[in-house]
Design a protein around this ligand. Structure first.
Ligand code: GLN
Length: 492
């Protein structure tokens, strides 16, 4: 491929938008460049479960006609990867599970529909941990994803595919879902920006449910500005999702003023877990100096119930998952493995269709919800969840936002934690509290440790996406981490 094509895939979505509207670039050219990169690189990375080549090319042609007619919207002609937990009418949707192999949804998820109406180009369905359960993408029933910065490292999870696709320039932006960190943690491991919106900010209609009180869809991008652009396209009320908020969305891009002087940014002493790597600590600390240099005031705060977030999550999320996954019984959904009795049909279908981590979650959740244990586990977890939320509520009376490392470590080696679920769960120790409280968080690259990306997250009060994006963007302007590309991308 020519260098020209490689440079095209290095454009940010904002740059591509300008070039498309100025007709210096066509959507078809852009889409072909991405498809060519996927063809060349994805055998090695594994970011896609299904490439939507024909759909993408036809969407790109339509986008070019629309641009020519002067009718473009922000996402018109922008190549996007969709995590394979989002229903798409024109592509299989499997949640990286054998139980849904070959499933074609009869409708689009609302986020997919919104992007489609804006004229976005769908490159394909991106790999994930099975049913979004995992922190390394090694729980995909089909194949693992490799980290574009280091092929022997995990990309993070569960949205490892969407994160790696953006990092390796096999998608301009992508959508993932974050139930306990699954956007922010892989964004961090892959050196890209990842935003988990407020619970209710983005419709969950057509998202294959994992834990319904926690799940939230959000974007991956190479810059904060691009993440804001995608959020704008997908945010807002949806009558098909009763938990989606009627709160109007502000203009997120306009919030990116670069000016955070006088803003109060909280630093919580609880966000220093045992096992935080020195390189992560060092990069995070130098970012704190940057925030000070930008004129923000750093304020110490307490989030005393932080240590309970992980155990509370591992009661709540499996409990909800055990209920949500009951529908995959081989009758309504799922590959049918018939037997002489209905019970045996269920048992065979679910026994063969679900992988070990999904089974572990179903068993944990069923136990936590069972009679006699419900009060001791599930109800107790809900009470602790309220305490975690109250910690944040108290913090917002003192600060505008909170910064913390996204993960205690950089991307770990493939296979390093697969035999130890507890170690795997610890990868989310800093991301899970935001899900428990329903608040938004954006992960942004903040340096490198041994050639692997380090990330910080900016958390804010409910519906303060504009504030956290503004802070993350101001920081991003001072540090050009995004300009550093993984070798696989630069060599493209
Ligand atoms: N890693 C966490 C889990 O395994 C979070 C997953 C997610 O956010 N989807 O549950």
């Amino acid at each position: 491929m020519s260098n020209g094509a490689a440079e095209i895939t290095a454009l940010t979505a904002a740059e591509a938008r300008r070039a498309l509207d100025a007709r210096e670039l066509s959507a078809i050219e852009l889409t072909r460049s991405y498809l060519a990169r996927i063809d060349r690189l994805d055998d090695e990375i594994g970011a896609y479960l299904h490439v939507m080549r024909d759909v993408a090319l036809s969407q790109a042609e339509t986008a070019d006609r629309r641009i020519a007619a002067g009718n473009s919207e922000p996402m018109t002609g922008i190549p996007v990867a969709l995590k394979d937990v989002l229903c798409t009418i024109d592509a299989p949707t499997t949640a990286a599970s054998r139980i849904l192999e070959g499933f074609r949804p009869p409708y689009d998820a609302t986020v997919v529909n919104r992007l489609r109406r804006q004229g976005a180009v769908f490159l394909g369905k991106a790999n994930t941990d099975e049913f979004a359960m995992g922190s390394s993408n090694e729980n995909s029933a089909f194949k693992p994803v490799r980290n574009p910065w280091h092929r022997d490292r995990v990309p993070g999870g569960s949205s490892g595919g969407p994160a790696a696709a953006v990092a390796a320039e096999m998608a301009m932006v992508s959508l993932g879902s974050d139930t306990g960190g699954s956007i922010r943690q892989p964004a961090g491991f892959c050196g890209v920006v990842g935003l988990k919106p407020t619970y209710g900010r983005v419709s969950r209609f057509g998202l294959l449910a994992f834990a319904s009180s926690l799940d939230q869809i959000g974007p991956f991008a190479r810059t904060v500005r691009d993440a804001a652009m995608v959020l704008q396209a997908i945010a807002g009320h949806d009558p098909f999702d009763a938990t989606s908020s009627p709160e109007p969305s502000p203009d997120y891009s306009r919030a990116l003023s670069g000016d955070i002087r006088g803003m109060k940014i909280g630093l919580a002493r609880e966000y220093t877990a045992d096992g935080m790597e020195d390189g992560v600590f060092a990069a995070f600390n130098s970012a704190i100096h940057r925030f000070r240099a930008l004129g923000a005031e750093i304020v110490s705060i307490d989030l005393p119930h932080t240590e309970y977030a992980l155990p509370t999550y591992y009661i709540t999320a499996p409990a909800e998952a055990s209920a949500n996954l009951a529908r995959y019984d081989g009758v309504k959904y799922g590959s049918v493995e018939t037997a002489s009795t209905l019970r045996e049909t269920y048992a065979r279908t679910r026994g063969k269709g679900f992988g070990p981590e999904v089974k572990r979650r179903i068993m944990l959740g069923t136990y936590a919800l069972s009679s006699g244990y419900y009060d001791a586990y599930y109800i107790k977890a809900q009470k602790v969840r309220t305490l975690i939320k109250q910690d944040f509520d108290a913090a917002w009376s003192k600060v505008d936002a909170i910064v913390a490392p996204t993960s205690p470590t950089v991307a770990f080696p493939l296979g390093a934690r697969t035999d130890d679920p507890y170690q795997m769960y610890l990868a989310d120790v800093f991301t899970i509290p935001a899900n428990m409280a329903g608040i938004p968080g954006v992960a942004v690259p903040c340096g490198f440790s041994e050639e692997l990306p380090v990330s910080l997250q900016v958390l804010g009060p409910a519906f303060a996406e504009a504030t956290i994006l503004r802070i993350a963007d101001a920081y991003e302007r001072t540090e050009s981490w995004a300009a550093r590309r993984p070798q696989i991308a630069a060599a493209g």
